[in-house]
Design a protein around this ligand. Sequence first.
Ligand code: PMV
Length: 325
Amino acid sequence: MKKIAVSAPGKLMLLGEHSVVYGHPCIVTAVDQRMFCKAEFIERKDLLQINAPEVDVYNYAKSMNELGKGLVPKGAKFVEIAIKNFRDAHLFEDSIRITTSSDFSANFGFGSSSAATVCVIKALSELFELHLSNKQLFDLSFKTVLDIQGTGSGFDVAAAIYGGTIYFKNKGEVIENVKIDHLPLVVGYSGIKADTVTLIKQVAKLGIQKPELVEKIFFEIDGLVEKGKVALEKKDFDSFGKFMNQNQHLLSQLGVCIEKLDAMIDAAIRAGAYGAKLSGAGGGDCIIALCAKNNEQKVKKEIEKVGGEILDVTIHAEGVRIENS
Ligand code: PMV
């Protein structure tokens, strides 16, 4: 029976988290830690089977007509709803088995749910020989994320599809490639799992309580993203580092930073990084520090001293791709 295997990268947010939820711009880079998905037809009637051992899902089975109904295990949610949305858009009767695996832990905040969603839609698109465009992949994948989370900008979906480093705005209306060849980033994991939806809601609440403050913060982040894009393309790491620091300061004002992230960021700066900030929603997950090659070891050591775990990732990774044919 026909099978298709695909993979998609995780992501790190370079500048612009939170404000991007409200249509403002951000810069995100894809990382070479990938999510994998195999999709195959199976000789059963009306069945979806999911195996996702990395999130404790083993031989989960559901009638195709029941997708999205009843109790869905947390680890199977994005895969199941992705298939439901694909099936609603491109009617099919076949039974399918999906098997996922990942290079990285779902705890890092690299966007495993969005990468898995993109993988499933891409794999089905190829399995049924529809060869959906990236824009069609984005629309179905982003719908899936919104159906489940109820909120989000779609930046992580775009990173998983397009890869590289992208300037992203207005829920995907603008997706532009940022032309860089490398960026010397150190990534430190806090060991704490962030809850993105809770943090988005927290910022929304602050926006209701103090609209002028939040508007002003978002306006300043916009400026940093625009200047950051230019600095990146000019390889002006010194300036980009400063923009990261300023973005971090604004994220602290939004109230999404925590002590552990602050300690890791301060350690990186003390060790001579050009700049450092949290990446993603805040509340945990990872920090990124931009530093000269000859300073990298020192920055890593200082981050470790305050309890951070260094993750070995390369950025600007390739977007979703077929792994076999
Ligand atoms: O927590 P992460 O890594 O999924 O990043 C969330 C970034 C936000 O801007 C807060 C949310 C979003 O969807 O853009």
